[in-house]
Every structure is written in structure tokens, then in C-alpha cells.
Design a protein around this ligand. Structure first.
Ligand code: 4NP
Length: 162
């Protein structure tokens, strides 16, 4: 069965990318597209491997009916072959990913806010040293950006079935 595999990547894999994965899959399931998509998240740094998402990401997600169960893991070379899309939260994440990119990578590396209808090409700000309102803002950015990404991935025009 044809599936699209999407990996969301940030620095620590405890604030932004687990929330992005949760938001994206929530949208996928609410559009009955669960059989079409698989998603995961990872971090370019390894400080938080094995940890659940930051309590503030968990709380914001829960307020919108989304449960986050992800345990942090580091981005690996294999991810270039296991995923179709690698979605970086900010430019530094994107650079760190692209630095490792093998010539025969399957994945296309993109920036999350290239899909933001309100601010294309921006970054998902790191909320780690912020407060609740910063996590709320990250949620709103991710909600808009994931919706547009999903729309693009489900538009026939842009799906490569080869
Ligand atoms: P994330 O946020 O990349 O969105 O998961 C951060 C988490 C931890 C750290 C920085 C950013 N840290 O420095 O430990």
C-alpha cells in the first residue's frame, strides 16, 4: 500500500517536533487519512534521548485533544532512506540535517514554515526557554503549517506515485 512517511525534526525533540508530529497525525486522522501517512519526530541533538515531550508541549497538545506519547530520539542517517519528507522546524535544524544528507537520500528536506499561510519561510521559534504563551504560539504555527503540508501532500498534482 502506498504510504507517505513524514519526519518532523527540531533540536531537542521534546518541544516542537513531537508537537508537530501530534498535530499532523491529528489532522491526518480527522481527515480519515490514517492509512496513507506514517509520522515520527527526531532531534538533531541528543541531550534528551528517551524523554517524553516537555510538559508544556504535552499540556498545549492536550488542550486541543491531542495526546503526545513520543519518546525523544536522535536524527540518524537512516532517516534519509526511511522517510519521504523530513520537515525541519528552523534553519539551523535544516542545515544540520542537510550537512549529513547522502547523495542517494530518498527524503526531501523542507522547512516547516515554508507551508505557513501567514509567514512563509520563517522559523518555528524555539520555546524551550519561553513560557506557556510561547508554546501556544508554536501550536498555532504548527496547526497552520501542518494543514498546508497535508493539503499539499494529498493534492494529486504533488504526489509522486512512481
Ligand atoms: P526543541 O526545544 O528543539 O523544540 O525540542 C529544545 C529543547 C531542548 C533544548 C533546546 C531546545 N536544550 O537546549 O536542551
Amino acid at each position: 500500500m502506498f504510504m507517505i512517511n513524514v519526519l518532523f525534526v527540531c533540536l531537542g525533540n521534546i518541544c516542537r517536533s513531537p508537537l508537530a508530529e501530534g498535530v499532523f497525525m491529528h489532522q491526518v486522522y480527522s481527515r480519515n487519512l490514517g492509512n496513507l501517512f506514517r509520522s515520527d519526530s527526531a532531534g538533531t541533538a541528543s541531550y534528551h534521548i528517551g524523554k517524553l515531550a516537555d510538559q508544556r508541549s504535552i499540556a498545549v497538545a492536550l488542550a486541543y485533544g491531542i495526546e503526545l506519547n513520543h519518546k525523544a530520539r536522535a536524527f540518524t542517517l537512516n532517516d534519509f532512506y526511511a522517510f519521504d519528507y523530513i520537515v525541519a522546524m528552523d534553519r539551523q535544524n535544516q542545515k544540520d540535517i542537510q550537512r549529513l544528507e547522502p547523495a542517494d537520500a530518498k527524503a526531501k528536506v523542507v522547512l516547516m514554515r515554508d507551508y505557513d499561510s501567514e509567514q512563509k519561510g520563517g522559523e518555528v521559534p524555539d520555546p524551550y526557554y519561553g513560557e506557556h504563551k510561547d508554546f501556544e504560539e508554536v501550536y498555532r504555527i504548527l496547526d497552520r503549517s501542518c494543514a498546508a503540508l497535508l493539503h499539499e501532500l494529498t493534492g494529486d498534482r504533488l504526489i509522486d506515485h512512481s
